[in-house]
Design a protein around this ligand. Structure first.
Ligand code: KIV
Ligand code: ZN
Length: 388
């Protein structure tokens, strides 16, 4: 299996979610868990952005034992000086520098020319190299950058000494086949590309961040930038738990990560709590309903064999067990299963009677609980002769 590095940016891009700012203590707690989880790189923050973020990056650099610790900068000397200072205690420091490369960024953000962007890219990487060996270059808005120009930018960054090239779909615009083709184009057209690692950094504005990152690694990228629970600027980033489990559940891709998947639910809950940003119930892998089954047809299959309706063993992601949720859409087998768990062993006739009470009751509420089952059995006993 080839190794795909997991670059976690929960503490940088993830923390850009409005209202989710973390203090240094919170960032340290999350960083320690990310290191245990097995991420290869922790993007700890944007050191020049505030004294608090500088302090957080400095403390994380001191704390983290295994992962590379990375700090973001613009292609600006002052930013790079400050990041280098914040990272000076890191065992494995990385400076992440870059500049916008799309037509709209060149024209409206920088009011400059493509040649000037090439110069600034070279200078920023070369300057960062005077502080650390490991320099990642990002071509902001690469998703909307013309591939020929993007290849020129990448070649310049490699010449200046970049070790990793980040190809962000900053606005979440690309379709998976377009993003995959972009990575393939760079793999085939940039001199020296095989001496560096290409990285996918995808945003979720059209709900394609995970699909795009996977298309990227299928076409030769070997790093994915992602966040726990997929949080991040606007609609968020590629979700860490999703890409990790996609690679794990599809061995034919021949790509593996170092992530200890049993820790995924734990870290998801921790990040949700520290950030005050709850996870939607239907979120893949870590949502409350990711392993909950409520319709009669599915429940019947699940009770016979879990694999009929689950492609992941819940234990593999830290979920104790799948759940059979009773609703008005549930069938007899689910009711019998849940009732048995709380001590009722129905005959076929009992089950028919209790089930007819159950469906009437279930129509009046959203979910039928264990307490409700006791109540429904008592009601049934009052009306009919049960053999219980
Ligand atoms: O989305 C983006 O382009 C970024 C860069 C700063 C890496 O977050
Ligand atoms: Zn981003």
């Amino acid at each position: 299996m080839e190794h795909v590095e997991i670059f976690d940016t929960t503490l940088r891009d993830g923390e850009q979610v409005p209202g989710c700012k973390l203090n240094t203590g919170q960032k340290l707690r999350i960083a320690a868990q990310l290191d245990e989880l097995g991420v290869d790189v922790i993007e700890a923050g944007f050191p020049v952005s505030s004294p608090g973020d500088f302090q957080s990056v400095t403390e994380i650099a001191k704390l983290v034992k295994n992962a590379t610790v990375c700090g973001l900068t613009r292609a600006v000397e002052k930013d790079i000086d400050v990041a280098a200072e914040a990272l000076k205690y890191a065992k494995r420091p990385r400076i992440h520098t870059g500049i916008g490369t799309s037509e709209s960024h060149i024209k409206y953000k920088f009011n400059t020319t493509p040649d000037k962007i090439l110069e600034r890219a070279y200078e920023a990487v070369a300057y960062a190299k005077t502080f650390v060996e490991d320099v990642e270059f990002y071509a902001e808005d690469a998703g909307r950058t013309d591939n020929e120009f993007l290849a020129k930018v990448c070649a310049v960054a490699i010449k200046a000494g970049a070790t990793v090239l980040n190809i962000p779909d900053t606005t979440g615009y690309c379709l998976p086949d377009e993003y995959g083709a972009k990575i393939k184009y760079l793999m085939e057209n940039v001199p020296g590309i095989h001496t560096v690692r290409l990285s996918c950094h995808c945003h979720n504005d059209l709900g394609l961040a995970t699909a795009n990152a996977i298309a990227g690694v299928i076409n030769g990228a070997r790093q994915i930038e992602c966040t726990v629970n997929g949080i991040g600027e606007r609609a968020g980033n590629t979700s860490l738990e999703e890409v990790v489990m996609i690679l794990r559940q599809h061995p034919k891709l021949n790509l593996a990560t170092n992530i200890d998947s049993k820790r995924l639910l734990g870290i998801s809950k921790m990040v949700a709590e520290e950030m005050g940003m709850m996870v939607q119930a239907n979120k893949a892998i870590v949502g409350e309903n990711a392993f909950a089954h409520s319709s009669g047809i599915h429940q019947d299959g699940m009770i016979k064999n879990r694999e009929t309706y689950e492609i992941i063993n819940p234990k593999d992601v830290g979920v104790n067990e799948s759940s059979i949720v009773l609703t008005a859409r549930s069938g007899r087998s689910a009711l019998a299963y849940r009732a048995k768990n709380i001590g009722y062993d129905f005959t076929k006739l009992d089950l028919d009677i209790v089930y007819s009470e159950f469906v009437n009751f279930a129509d009046t509420c959203k979910i039928v609980t264990d307490n409700d089952i006791h109540y429904i059995v008592e009601m049934s006993k009052n009306k009919f002769q049960l053999s219980l």
